[in-house]
Design a protein around this ligand. Sequence first.
Ligand SMILES: [Fe+2]
Length: 431
Amino acid sequence: MEVKLAVCSCSNYPAGLFNVYGAIAASEADVVLHLGDYIYEYGAGQYGSNPDTIALARLHKPENEILSLDDYRTRFKQYRSDPQLQLAHQKKPFICVWDDHEVANDAFKDGAQNHNQNEGSFQERKQRAIKAYHEYIGVRTLIDEKIYRSFSFGNIMDLHMLDTRIIGRDKQLSYSDYFTQTGLDAAAFQKDWLNSDRTILGKEQLNWLGSAIGSGKGAWQVLGQQVLMGKMYVPAELLMAIVQIVGEVNATGSASPATFKMFQTLLGTLTQLKARFLAGDPTLTAQEKARIQTVLPYNLDAWDGYPIERETVYAMAKGKKLIALAGDSHNGWYSHLNANDKSQAGRELAAPSVTSPGFEEYLGADPASLGGFEQALALLVDDLQYLDASRRGYVMAKFSTSKVVSEWRYVASITSPTTATTIGHSETITA
Ligand SMILES: [Fe+2]
């Protein structure tokens, strides 16, 4: 007996054709697990639009950023008019949770990056978004705002669907709040980052999850949730280089050749140091070691921003087989989930997006040039085992009591119709 899940997220209508949904419809999946960003809130021509959007007739409707109940409904209607998404719903049952864009970018309990005061009350906007969500997406819960829930798949697995966005999340930390004239105030950052009061699930959901995992009878305890759980602790100087590139891309559309060259050189240097470290090279100096061991969390919007609660979840899963599933990042990942005490808490399978752009856009880089970056990151980040930085697709995860066989499947294009996929990576996890 097997349970076959197609795991997907981040279907941005103007960004391209929903070929991934077509591929999922044609796949052997028993269930589609949609981890959010089923819709995006932006107006026509804003984030997600690209030079192909108009030719593909995929400009967002309504034209404005969605705010009113009618806006959210119109947006859902547009997404649901897509024939490949329609086919996926026709062929497969969906289990869904929202991420941020079903309300607004980088949402948390009391606000969002993409919500400002002249857009009215965030709480009221959230209620309208949630109402429209439940009109279009089938989620059986008693209270509209509470979508966390569990599914039992016999003796194979218990699937716990989480809400890391709306119900309990504290506001994200931001590195920009910790920069002083002399650079990052690491002590001040650490103090806030390690504050044990900070929560991503909220206390009520966290308690519920503890008992749900504890009483789970399946061979696998599976978390269906939004943001990356694995520790993406990257060398601090590499993080600063990425911040510089992203800044230049945002300001001018691309990083300068000099900055990109510096970045590539740094990747090469750091990977050499890490390889020497892993090989136990006795000539590695303390200063060289510090370059690879001085690390910072990459994305404070992910579980990396809530490290104490992550350890709590890992502790809850002690003695169980934990698999975390994630979306949100637009890229494909495989990580070992290691607790701070070095014990292995589980594994993470993270799905690439249906259409939303990934690192190739954040870094303004030709996808063909990203192979070195992917391999360097997988080497430099201890938890990370695999990264695809530029392709669109989904994860097929086949669960049985004895193993999980997973494949990262990618479509060749989102600008011309195709539902063929290639397998970029596969992993077999044994119980
Ligand atoms: Fe997304």
